[in-house]
Design a protein around this ligand. Sequence first.
Ligand SMILES: Cc1ncc(COP(=O)(O)O)c(C=O)c1O
Length: 411
Amino acid sequence: MTLTLDAARARDAADPLRHKRADFLLPAGKIYLDGNSLGALPRSTPARIARLVTQEWGEDLIGSWNTAGWIDAPRTLGARIAPLIGAAADEVLVTDSTSVNLFKLLTAACLARPGRTTILSEPGNFPTDLYIADGVARTLPDRRLRTLPADDIVTAIDDDVAVVLLTHVHYKSGRRLDMAAITAAAHAQGALVLWDLSHSVGAVPVALGACDADLAVGCGYKYLNGGPGAPAFLYVARALQDALRSPLTGWMGHDAPFAFTDDYRPAPGIARFLCGTPPIVAMGALEQGLAQFDGVDFDTLVAKSQALCDLFVALVDTRCAGFDLTLLSPRDAAARGSHLSYAHPDAYALCQALIARGVTGDFRAPDAVRFGFTPLYTSYEDVWRAVDILADLLATRAWDDPAFRRRVAVT
Ligand SMILES: Cc1ncc(COP(=O)(O)O)c(C=O)c1O
């Protein structure tokens, strides 16, 4: 691999996705490597939100539930996410937050496996996954959360395991788990698997149907570019939908919400996993985030994500050697997602120094700097320039400044 700036520019010139960058409003002079935390703003979003607010809400008022399709938004947006995760249109719903969806599906799955006591997950899974699992185990009788290293999960699944809860691409290491193998091992023991796709969707191949996956959840505000706090999604395999019951039996999941009856009767199919009124303005932003994938060949997107990561690794290997940076992510593209983490003894200060020089990545406690590569808008030149700045900060120790050690609430 040629590692010069000119070579990076030549790769951008040959990139079939290069025109996509102009579809995002990225601030000049900033190298944004945090699209795996908060995706960038699509150029079309502000006008869409303005129209939604002024016309659909302001003029058409309550009629927009029908005329603008508001009431169907959870299903129509779910159907747009489905091809990105290898699911059928009627298996995906946009609703609630990832945390709330975890609670709904984990509880439903536990209740579908009576007599089994264990929820199996991995230590160091994203905190909300572990916290929700802990909450579910405390809420239901005779359940416990057990955590084991990911490599030990397959052999540990036995007939006491109700649900295996794993994140497909680990939020810190970027390691990608083998969905097909883990799902098959769980099914062999009669257990269900719930996948968190927050760091996968929109950046790595996900084949829920082909893997015979049961359940999944994921974020709308990372690679899907739906904006801060965007609604999340959930997936329930068609074969399971009518067998599972959501523990949050809100009226939107009722078979006939506008019949206003006193009894709860779950809707058939995926709609039973709705709870309350959908946040329509936020859904409008997510709709524009999803529109960015229209016409994009997914294999091309994935190949670019892997190539950006490979270039970053190769540049750091050659330009940052000897500066206490240790790659925490897999080198093998097939075994990772679209972000890379590096351990550094002063990762927090290094991260702040990078931000001060225009490179936005993020710090993950206790010692990792994380860089996300969003194939829709990250360029090879971005990667080259980011490592150029990183190498300079390390060589000059410019990060070693009290100003960069001051902690802020969100890192
Ligand atoms: C794996 C994973 N799950 C869930 C979340 C967030 O869940 P929520 O949107 O409910 O805050 C994140 C956020 O970074 C995440 O990385």
